[in-house]
Write a protein that binds this ligand. Structure first.
Ligand code: AMP
Length: 113
């Protein structure tokens, strides 16, 4: 738990979230400002600043995000979806607790803006 971290506060139950999944290591909840008809975040409970801060010991945990995200995407009726991790402000990271975005339910452009 990092004192000022928004997502640590969601994990601690101090800030409400529309949760889709939770276990000892991972939670998933709907994004508060969805950018697609389905948009949710899958995050580890461990506070990791972002993709560049992932350590060797976190490899399995980060792999679990992908597997859990895929299961939730299927439950949400998605077979086509985009997976995004932002690293750093210029890339669009605004919360410095690693999170995997899953977006779907509309067609997506490539390259992203
Ligand atoms: P990023 O910009 O990649 O750091 O993503 C952070 C995401 O967290 C954004 O898509 C926000 O809309 C989302 N977000 C911020 N506050 C909340 C919240 N309280 N509950 C759910 N999602 C949030």
């Amino acid at each position: 738990m990092e004192g000022n971290c928004l997502f640590c506060k969601i994990i601690a139950g101090e800030i409400p979230a529309d949760k889709l999944y939770e276990d000892e290591e991972v939670i998933a909840f709907r994004d508060i400002a969805p950018q697609a008809p389905v948009h949710f975040l899958v995050i580890p409970k461990k506070h990791i600043q972002g993709p560049a801060a992932v350590a060797r010991e976190d490899e399995e945990l980060i792999g679990r995000l992908m597997r859990i995200g895929a299961k939730i995407a299927a439950q949400e009726g998605l077979s086509h979806y985009r997976v995004v991790f932002n690293n750093g402000e210029q890339a669009g990271q605004s919360v410095f607790h690693i999170h995997m975005h899953i977006l779907g339910g509309r067609s997506m452009n490539w390259p992203p803006g």
